[in-house]
Design a protein around this ligand. Structure first.
Ligand code: GTR
Length: 429
């Protein structure tokens, strides 16, 4: 045998040889695990099997993604190439914003209203003295009717003021944002955010507009839609985004908050909203869009996971009526979601996905970010991402953009928030 040709091995006791072999096998396995961890993410076989079993209507197979051509970010309607920030800010950015208002989320009406803030509760000794709690009612009034957005805010007591803040558009109900901190949720990990020197705030999206289709009679629509609704009138996502801006109005009056350093955060339908809020309102310094998928981060033209037709059927109130034109007709849409992300440049943008959440098309979300970089490059040519997706659980940060894909299912967890804050540390501090 080969081993016996080696005089050293010949002299060795068999158990020592077995030990050496075991060590070598373990080392090889570790090496393999390491190289796997470093390879670009792909959906697992098990996840694919689970999702494709007994259904063929929704596509989860990468090879079946159709060829598509994305609309150009840096070419104006007149066909002029945009190669500087002035042109971008003065003309092309506005053109793209208008395209999204007209074709996707709808337009906020110009109805006048009054807005006031009322401190409902303050506790300077919240979280065992670590934070100050403020509960503020933001009241919107028009024509003798009113609506209240209940804002919950914790400010870290030990940090130097004013502090940067994370604002969550909460689409999961107030049990995730308990001001008394009896119920804690990773969806809004207030203690952890406070311990890192940020303020953390949240409002419930349903305060602004309940998440059901009632022909736009309830919520802020009922208050501000005084003229007949048009095909480009605002839908519910635009209403929630508008609500996030009203919270930012409040931050501008709170001396403890640095209102120029506010990150708007949302998960799923909230993640679609966070992107649109930051696109419409340039006061937001950063947007975090977690697993927002169709109508959010994911490129519509890929038709992977949830599609425009599916979302219009399931949630007819989220978008403007014109958005229905793009059901099964994505290639004619004058925008795609890389252009929505471009609207956030040169401010900070975080996109995140989860490995089992193929409904929200992780690859399509990452590619959207990747293709939006041409707008970020107008401000900083050094922002680089690979076209290949990063490995699982590995955050990538370049300039003002960041991305991760976390293992697991559709959710927003402390693990995600820690990465958001790591990126926040490079931008907001
Ligand atoms: C799903 C919807 C997604 C996503 C999600 C959520 O049912 O299809 O677009 O937004 O809800 O908000 O959790």
């Amino acid at each position: 045998m080969l081993y016996h040709k080696n005089k050293y091995l010949k002299k060795m006791k068999p158990e020592i040889i077995i030990n050496i072999l075991n060590t070598l096998i373990l080392a090889a396995l570790n090496l393999n695990a390491f190289s796997q961890a470093e390879t670009s993410w792909k959906p697992s076989k098990e996840t694919l099997e689970k999702l494709t079993k007994n259904q063929s209507e929704i596509n989860y197979i990468e090879d079946r993604v159709p060829d598509y051509k994305l609309p150009e970010i840096l070419v104006t309607h007149e066909g002029k190439k945009v190669d500087n920030t002035k042109m971008w800010e003065r003309s092309r950015r506005e053109e793209i914003l208008e395209l999204f208002r007209t074709n996707v989320y709808g337009r906020v009406p110009s109805t006048p209203y009054t807005r006031s803030f009322k401190l409902i509760n303050e506790d300077k000794n919240a979280m065992n003295g670590e934070a100050t709690l403020r509960q503020v009612d933001i009241t919107i009034e028009r024509g003798g009717r009113s609506l209240n957005i209940h804002l919950t805010l914790f400010v870290p007591n030990k940090a130097v003021k004013p502090v940067p803040a994370f604002l969550l558009i909460d689409n999961r109900g107030p049990e995730n944002t308990d001001p008394e901190r009896k119920v804690k949720s990773e969806f809004w990990p207030a203690e952890e955010v406070i311990s890192r020197g940020y303020a953390i705030a949240a409002f419930s999206n349903s305060d602004v507009d309940p998440d059901n289709f009632d022909d736009f009679k309830n919520g802020i629509h009922g208050l501000l839609d005084i003229v007949e609704r048009q095909p480009d009138s605002w839908g519910t996502i635009a209403a929630w985004a508008w609500g996030a801006s009203r919270c930012l109005d409040y931050f501008e009056t709170d001396k403890d908050i640095d209102s120029k350093k506010v990150a708007v955060v949302g998960h799923s339908r909230g993640g679609k909203t966070a992107l649109w809020a930051a696109a419409e309102d340039q006061r937001f310094a950063m947007a975090v869009s977690n697993e927002s998928g169709c109508g959010g981060a994911a490129l519509a033209r890929r038709k992977y996971g949830e599609t425009v037709a599916r979302i219009n059927n399931a949630f007819p109130h989220w978008f403007c009526m014109n958005y229905r034109k793009w059901s099964n007709n994505e290639d004619s849409m004058p925008v795609d979601m890389h252009m929505l992300m471009a609207l956030i440049a040169p401010r900070a943008l975080y996109v995140s996905s989860a490995s089992d959440d193929l409904w929200a098309d992780p690859r399509g979300s990452y590619l959207s970010l990747y293709y939006s970089l041409s707008a970020f490059h107008l401000y900083d040519s050094k922002t680089v991402l690979s076209e290949k997706m990063p490995p699982l659980n590995k955050q990538v940060i370049s300039g003002k953009v960041a991305y991760h894909i976390r293992d697991g299912s559709h959710n927003m967890l402390l693990k995600d928030w820690n990465w958001f804050m790591d990126f926040g540390d490079t931008i907001l501090k």
